[in-house]
Design a binder for this molecule. Structure first.
Ligand code: MRU
Length: 353
């Protein structure tokens, strides 16, 4: 059996710098980059060298800790002020994935009661490392719950990359496929290419092929034909932000797949950690949707494919209404239907552990 986790880690803390796998260059080149200061970290997030909601959160947490190590002062007040400014700077990198804000705020809170600058510096590093370690465990548990929804031989459609390199390990929507492989169960993944940035074509196929998981690539406009002709049994996707009522922001194209799943009568699953659930955002209407550079649409791999001067609309995410979602799969279990009461209950469960 192939070893699933020959797959490189997307982010690593290295004391004086952060090492990331450059996801912009995959799958043609496996390149690692050293992020040496907070500007490098913000730039890596903005330019999608590191991407995927949990991986963005982990990288930003390390970025905040790194910048704090480099700040020299004896004054704890000044130090905390510096950390708050850095928090806002990193928080301005991408607006949709709530894991970014969740991780940064968790670091800021971790130093609320420290008594020296040195203690604050150590605390920030430890908290960031903890976020990464916890995410690996969380993803494995999401995978176990998700796997209980599948049967041997199922053919499952996904979009974007909610895999190992989008998290600490395993991924969210891709976690069940790694666990199925470990258990000798046969699941076939159909990966939608995910225009315009091609996370499905470039990243999901790359990850799954290395792990020996059966994967077939389709273009986004082949989804309906594929569901029909290949008898797709379910759709599973990740999430960037889940509102209190279950409305879910995820990569552009997800909403369309949810509508197709309904039309074909197959389940549509969202797999995400609690750190992606934002109870302060009441409905999907309130989720900010990032709009990215028009060049992502007018160019493919640096080559222009549309006329110069054409109008472009390039939203990076869409929101799937909760009533199209069959279930939300988290590390604390699977919730179905009554999200407004079931999602807060997951956090109550969390507090008791
Ligand atoms: O723009 P991206 O590549 O960061 O978008 C990523 C997604 O939409 C993922 O599905 C989501 O972040 C979940 S990653 C486990």
């Amino acid at each position: 059996m192939a070893e699933p986790f020959a797959i490189p880690r997307s982010v690593e803390w290295n004391d004086t710098h952060i090492t990331i796998l450059n996801q912009q260059k995959l799958p043609l080149v496996t390149e690692y980059l050293e992020l040496k200061d907070i500007e490098d970290v913000r730039d890596a997030i903005v330019t999608l060298k590191v991407r995927g909601a949990p991986a963005i959160g982990i990288t930003a947490a390390y970025g905040l800790a790194l910048s704090a190590q480099q700040y020299e002062t004896e004054s704890l007040e000044k130090f905390k002020e510096h950390v708050r400014k850095d928090r806002d700077y990193l928080a301005s990198s991408r607006p949709t994935a709530v894991n970014l804000f969740w991780a940064l705020d968790r670091l800021v809170s971790s130093i609320a009661h420290v008594s020296s600058v040195n203690e604050a510096k150590t605390t920030l590093i430890h908290e960031a490392i903890r976020i990464q370690i916890e995410d690996e465990d969380v993803c494995r548990r999401i995978g176990e719950h998700a796997l209980s929804l599948f049967q041997n031989g199922d053919r499952v459609l996904t979009i974007c990359n909610a895999g190992s390199i989008a998290t600490a390990r395993y991924g969210t929507a891709l976690a069940p496929f790694y666990l199925a492989k470990e258990k000798g169960m046969n699941l076939h993944v159909y990966a939608s290419e995910t225009r315009p940035v091609l996370q499905g074509a470039r990243l999901t196929t790359w990850e799954l092929m290395q792990a020996g998981v059966d994967v077939t690539l389709i273009t986004d406009n082949m989804a309906a034909q594929t569901i029909k002709a290949k008898n797709i049994t379910a759709v599973i996707v990740g999430a960037d932000r889940i509102a209190a009522n279950g409305d879910t922001a995820n990569k552009i194209g997800t909403f369309g797949l949810a509508l197709l799943a309904k039309a074909f009568g197959i389940p549509f699953y969202v797999a995400a950690p609690l750190s992606t659930i934002d109870l302060a955002t009441k409905t999907g209407e309130e989720i900010p949707i990032e709009e990215r550079n028009p060049e992502e649409v007018t160019h493919i791999a640096g080559t222009r494919i549309a006329p110069e001067g054409v109008n472009v609309y390039n939203p990076a995410f869409d929101v799937t209404p909760h009533d199209l979602i069959t279930a939300i799969i988290t590390e604390k279990g699977i919730v179905r239907g009554n999200y407004e009461t079931e999602l807060p209950a997951l956090f109550a469960k969390e507090a008791r552990h």
